[in-house]
Design a binder for this molecule. Structure first.
Ligand code: DOR
Ligand code: ZN
Ligand code: ZN
Length: 422
């Protein structure tokens, strides 16, 4: 059956346009001012916005191994509830996703769950031990879309250089978690005034910046693309901006918590504020927004890192790092970037959908005739309170609980099928 999305405002690459949108099978067949509803299921989008489905290229689905925190089904339910039609999942599972069998397992399970598209990311090294390279070619054949050391930086620069070269031979990018463990040295929050005030151990910006600079140096010297994960520092933004201006093939992502929050929140000692890299200071937050605006930061991801209550209901130093972010990503981004006048909705949509698709060569990310019908319908006028108890994710760990935001997801369609509401 055809689906007609009627009366909505379409968010296109170059602006917004009020039009009807007809879906036939898995594709967008027609976009026009008035399309007849004969023989169609109609979605009334009057007063609502129709966006390309969000593509979140950095999430943790936890399966296999940590199903108490999240599994592929709960993670995908959370994704579509958040307007996300496609995710890329990080390999720090148990067993680690460092071989073709785990890649295939994730893909097969996601197919059974049949909610959003799931693209596995393989580990850079076997067991994430930072020593010998994983079976990158075999993981690619099984469907891995990138490799990453997320959660644990490959400390040995020679190993990272080999990984970039080897991955590039298979046309895969390294997505780099940038953290010098010797400088982090047990730090749990940003090193600064608030770490001193709270007595919580700080982790300096330099811990992140040194590895950002290293990955860029490797990329530049090899002339191989590299992608920097979850940029949180003003100085990291500067390093990437300068590299881009020299033509280095570097792309970078940031997360909603880095442009919406500062480390003032840690004074509550709420462990839901504990995330890696840590939320930093106002000058970092402003630089992240500038970086998004001028293209230094290409895309917005969530680093959705669900944890169970018992991982978070402990003293700050012992709590797990991570924020469950996939259900709040759109609203927090819309509220802090568009509603606040920092960028247009089309610009935000590019950061959330098209840019990640382009970085990883995935299908999707834009609304046009002939494109895949991965779509999100949102009501931007609706103000609501974030309530983590209502999350579909098993991870209720959000620092945004109780915050008022705009931008409610009304429908999520994947391959032309309505996946949300359930
Ligand atoms: O806060 C984080 N949580 N940062 C990471 O790099 C890993 C992630 C996780 O897996 O929980
Ligand atoms: Zn990470
Ligand atoms: Zn991550």
């Amino acid at each position: 059956m055809k689906i007609l999305i009627k009366g909505g405002t379409l968010v296109l690459k170059d602006g917004e346009q009020r039009a009807d949108l007809l879906i036939n099978g898995t594709k967008i067949e027609k976009i026009s001012k008035q399309i007849s509803a004969d023989g169609c299921k109609v979605i009334n989008a009057e007063g609502k916005h129709v966006l390309p489905g969000l593509i979140d290229m950095h999430v943790h689905l936890r399966e296999p191994g940590f199903e108490g925190k999240e599994d592929i089904e709960s993670g995908c339910r959370a994704a579509v509830a958040g307007g996300v039609t496609q995710v890329c999942c990080m390999p720090n599972t148990n067993p680690v996703c460092d071989n073709a069998v785990v890649v295939s397992y994730i893909k097969n399970r996601a197919k059974e769950v049949n909610l959003c598209k799931v693209n596995p990311i393989g580990a850079i090294t076997k067991g994430e031990q930072g020593e010998s390279l994983a079976d990158i070619g075999k993981m690619k054949s099984a469907g891995a879309v990138a490799i990453s050391d997320d959660g644990k930086t490959v400390a040995n620069s020679h190993v990272m250089r080999l990984a970039m070269e080897y991955a590039n031979d298979f046309n895969l990018k390294c997505l780099c978690h940038c953290e010098d463990a010797s400088l982090v040295d047990g730090g749990v929050v940003n090193e600064g005034y608030n770490s001193t005030l709270t007595g919580l151990k700080g982790s300096p910006r330099a811990a992140e910046d040194i590895i950002i600079a290293r990955e860029i140096a490797l990329s530049e010297s090899l002339n191989i693309p590299v992608h920097i994960c979850h940029v949180s520092t003003y100085s990291g933004v500067e390093i990437i901006r300068s590299a881009k201006s020299r033509g280095v093939k570097v792309t970078a992502e940031t997360c909603p918590h880095y442009f919406a929050l500062t480390d003032d929140i840690i004074t509550s000692y709420d462990t839901n504020t504990k995330v890696n890299p840590p939320v930093r200071e106002e000058k970092d937050r402003l630089a992240i927004i500038e970086g998004l605006k001028d293209g230094t930061l290409d895309c917005i991801v969530t680093d959705h890192a669900p944890h169970s209550l018992k991982d978070k209901q402990v003293e700050y130093n012992l709590a797990a790092f991570g924020i469950s972010g996939i259900e709040t990503s759109f609203a927090v981004s819309y509220t802090y970037l568009v509603k606040s006048g920092k960028m247009t909705l089309s610009e935000l949509s590019e950061k959330l959908s098209l840019a990640p698709a382009q970085i990883l060569g995935l299908d999707g990310g834009e609304i046009r005739e002939g494109a895949i019908a991965d779509l999100t319908v949102a009501d931007l006028s609706k103000k609501y309170k974030i309530d983590s108890a209502k999350f579909y994710s098993k991870g209720k760990n959000t620092p945004f609980n109780g915050d008022e935001v705009y931008g409610k997801i009304e429908y999520t369609l994947v391959n032309g099928e309505i996946k949300f509401p359930f």
